[in-house]
Design a binder for this molecule. Structure first.
Ligand SMILES: [Zn+2]
Length: 358
């Protein structure tokens, strides 16, 4: 008897399989078939009508696709370990520039999400997956699953929970958004995204260390759960905001915070495009979107404010807090303005590698 045929997954493919298998991408139960892919790209809905805004595909080269076509089922391996099975159902290619224009709003390969999409192997294989269990080689061993967070929220007696997505070391603008949310809901689920990111982004260790310092010292620990989400950053701006909301719904959140330029990169998207797009799906996402304006520090008002609460917006005195600026300051070894980033968090980061290298 010969062993079952095996398809070895890359790290990125494993992470997609894991999220499908854990229910983080529900209602998805496999890698997208062509019908699902085309429907999601064109309408941001699966063929059954459920909102789903981004493709989730398994890419293989043409030779592997031909080999798979003869197989009813294939074992999936990652790092030498069996992690699941795939029932391959269809094999397809797409007009990548046309898809990129719909998904990312551009087909310019200077856009990091577009360039990643263009770099995927030639053929996408769709089909249901059976997930055996998380790989022992996963990078965040204690990452909470959707099942675990749902149980945790219930054990804490929370009926409303706001999810917060971030890729940054905590700064005071994000902290402001978190406090605003905490005024409305029972609990806050801070879930930094720690999947594939670009050189110059914060390391997962820096983000998690910063948040442990924030939650331990400045936010009420009994009202906050700190998790992580090891999935790819896709840089799809507004569509990714919808995707991030769906994921947090699956982890048990009832609310999701969408701030300024959510999942944006460079200046590809308008600052509040994600507010507009999520509004289109109000009542249909299974999670309520808290659309918040980007806070800034106003020395006249003397505090963190937004253009909804301060009349000095756009004035010469206001201090914008962007993750990009914070990165630039920290990478230059400068001490950030304490009104923009807490010194206790900067201190907690001492000795931690801050940025992903090329
Ligand atoms: Zn002001």
């Amino acid at each position: 008897m010969t062993a079952d045929p095996v398809l070895t997954l890359t790290r990125d493919q494993y992470l997609e399989l894991e999220k499908i298998g854990l229910g983080a991408f529900a209602p998805l139960t496999g890698f997208m078939t062509e019908a699902e892919f085309l429907s999601v790209v064109a309408t941001m809905r699966l063929p059954g009508g459920a909102v789903f805004s981004l493709p989730v595909v398994l890419d293989v080269d043409a030779e592997t696709a031909a080999w798979l076509q003869a197989l009813p089922v294939v074992d999936l391996q990652y790092g030498g370990e069996r992690v699941g099975r795939l029932t391959p159902r269809d094999y397809f290619r797409c007009d990548r520039p046309a898809v990129a224009r719909q998904v990312f709003g551009t087909d310019d390969p200077a856009h990091p999400g577009v360039s990643y999409f263009f770099g995927l192997q030639a053929v996408f294989v769709g089909g249901a997956v059976e997930f055996t269990g998380r790989s022992a080689r996963r990078e965040i061993p204690d990452e909470l699953t959707p099942r675990e967070t749902r149980d945790l929220f219930q054990a804490r007696g929370w009926t409303t929970v706001a999810g917060f997505q971030t890729r940054n070391v905590p700064h005071r603008a994000h902290e402001y958004l978190q406090r605003v949310a905490l005024e409305h809901v029972d609990g806050l689920f801070i879930q930094p995204l720690v999947g594939r990111k670009r050189a110059g982004d914060y390391t997962p260790d820096a983000v998690m260390t910063g948040y442990r310092a924030l939650v331990g010292q400045f936010l009420p620990a009994d009202r906050v759960v700190l998790g992580s989400l090891s999935t790819l950053m896709r840089y799809a701006g507004p569509r990714e905001a919808v995707f991030h909301a769906i994921i947090r719904r699956n982890y048990g959140c009832t609310h999701f915070i969408v701030g300024r330029d959510h999942a944006g990169v460079g200046s590809w998207y308008g600052l509040y495009d994600a507010h507009e797009l999520t509004r289109r799906f109000d009542g249909d996402l299974g999670i309520e979107i808290l659309r918040l304006h980007g806070p800034y520090f106003c020395p006249v008002c003397d505090g963190m404010v937004t253009d909804k609460t301060c009349p000095h917006a756009g004035g010469p005195e206001v201090r914008e807090v962007s993750g990009t600026d914070m990165r630039r300051i920290l990478s230059g070894g400068e001490k950030p303005d304490p009104r923009l980033m807490r010194p206790e968090i900067v201190a907690a980061l001492a000795g931690t590698a801050l940025f992903i290298e090329d």
